[in-house]
Design a binder for this molecule. Structure first.
Ligand SMILES: Cc1cc2nc3c(=O)[nH]c(=O)nc-3n(C[C@H](O)[C@H](O)[C@H](O)COP(=O)(O)OP(=O)(O)OC[C@H]3O[C@@H](n4cnc5c(N)ncnc54)[C@H](O)[C@@H]3O)c2cc1C
Length: 394
């Protein structure tokens, strides 16, 4: 594992910076700047992915045979960091970083040929149907039922906290196909079309004022058997594999680097990047560096064994905590300008004039949204249980 930048890496960084300067329009940069949740506004995120796809850069971490870039770990890190520093829109991770790798690892050749190109080109948008009312941390207790009927499954039940279900045309989901053995043994992994008859999406508005998550209801929804990934009742294996990518494959270090640079800008603009505040900025910079190193370790493990492994829980927990600390500090940096509630002005594309600086508009929304990082993708407490068991052997 080499973390030092090589001479070639500087050439690569220059190439990335040139590309970003040439392709990120002011509108796309505004979408990046105003991102509060897990990804940027849907239209901006799709538009940016299509630009990256045209360049062959949409999925740097995918194997080359599926359309990846063949970059080194350092090049991927440079690309992600420069993208964050340039305020590029955040791409939706559900296709590229979650179901994509799961289909590569566990899908049939037909599924790989059918779904992967559409994920890469942003033709399809995906959402994740894992959690249910009553089944979050204890995911294996899920109840959403699928019964075999000839060549179809028929699904009845509900999923909750489904990020961007309102935009998705496809969902990957876990369903209960057997209740006789251990809960983990009766789960199946299915891919379904969101326009299937019987699917209903109800919005849930978060305290940040965003419509990011939803509850999805299934009323006798038919899903063809060929949309199953892995064997019937073996969905837990696929689900866990995918979760490692969800927790560990997210370019956390680059995201934190971008958030830290943004915090510096905010503090300098308000003239408070000195004294005690400067010490806090330095402490956060150390935390960010530590996450970057942890991430490189996880990437090295992936290259060696093909698995991200349980260290993804460490990365997700630590990165989420540092991201929250940066968002808290950002609110303090803008002082009284955190107080005005201006949801219209902070929307992407809005021309309502901001109270305060334009780049301060998303600070409070992001702070509120970041509270969810302790829960989303598996709560911190549960991640610590996983680390205790699988990393420390306790
Ligand atoms: C913003 C956001 C987006 C999300 N997007 C999606 C999505 O797209 N798709 C999807 O399927 N899910 C999604 N989720 C759901 C997420 O995965 C769950 O919220 C999470 O797994 C926790 O489950 P829960 O909400 O049921 O909380 P619970 O499991 O009820 O937990 C409540 C509290 O109890 C603690 N706790 C529970 N069990 C233990 C234990 N064994 N030991 C110690 N403490 C414990 C937890 O840490 C937590 O603090 C999202 C959640 C959020 C907040």
């Amino acid at each position: 594992m080499h973390l030092e930048a090589q001479a070639d890496d500087q050439t690569f960084r220059d190439e990335v910076q040139d590309f970003l300067a040439g392709h990120l329009t002011p509108e796309l940069r505004q979408a990046g700047q105003r991102t509060m949740g897990i990804c940027s506004p849907h239209e901006a995120s799709q538009a940016w992915q299509k630009i990256l796809y045209a360049k062959g850069w949409a999925a740097p971490s995918w194997p080359v045979e599926y359309g990846g870039t063949g970059w080194t770990a350092m090049q991927r890190h440079i690309f992600a960091t420069e993208s964050h520093l340039a305020d590029a829109p955040l791409l939706a991770p559900m296709g590229l970083e979650m179901v994509g790798p799961a289909i590569m690892g566990h899908g049939s050749a037909e599924q790989q040929a059918s779904y992967l190109p559409r994920i890469l080109s942003a033709q399809d948008s995906w959402c994740q149907g894992y959690s249910e009312p009553g089944s979050g941390s204890d995911l294996a207790s899920l109840q959403c039922q699928a019964i075999r009927d000839g060549d179809d499954y028929i699904i009845n039940g509900s999923k909750i906290w489904t990020t961007h279900a309102q935009y998705a045309n496809r969902m990957f989901c876990l369903v209960r196909t057997d209740t006789s053995g251990k809960p983990q043994q009766g789960i199946t992994f299915l891919l379904l079309n969101m326009d299937s008859p019987g699917v209903k999406v109800e919005p849930i508005i978060t305290m940040a004022g965003n419509h990011e998550v939803n509850q999805v209801f299934f009323d006798a929804v038919r899903v063809p058997r060929q949309n199953r990934v892995g064997a019937e009742n073996d969905g837990w294996t696929v689900a866990k594999y995918l979760l490692e990518f969800e927790r560990g494959g997210r370019g956390w270090g680059a995201r934190l680097r971008g958030a830290l640079a943004n915090l510096h800008r905010l503090a300098e603009a308000r003239g408070i990047a000195t004294g005690t505040f400067a010490r806090r900025l330095a402490a956060l910079a150390t935390d960010v560096t530590a996450v970057e190193f942890t991430e490189q370790r996880v990437i090295a493990e992936l290259a060696k064994s093909g698995r991200i492994g349980p260290a993804s829980s460490l990365l997700k927990t630590r990165a989420g905590t540092v991201l929250q600390a940066i968002s808290e500090c950002s609110v303090e940096a803008i002082g009284n300008y955190a107080a005005p509630y201006q949801p219209e002005a902070s929307q992407w594309g809005s021309n309502v004039e901001a109270i305060g600086r334009d780049d301060e508009l998303a600070v409070v929304g992001r702070y509120l949204d970041q509270r969810a990082r302790s829960i989303a993708g598996g709560s911190n407490e549960v991640q610590r249980n996983i680390m205790a068991k699988l990393v420390l052997g306790m």
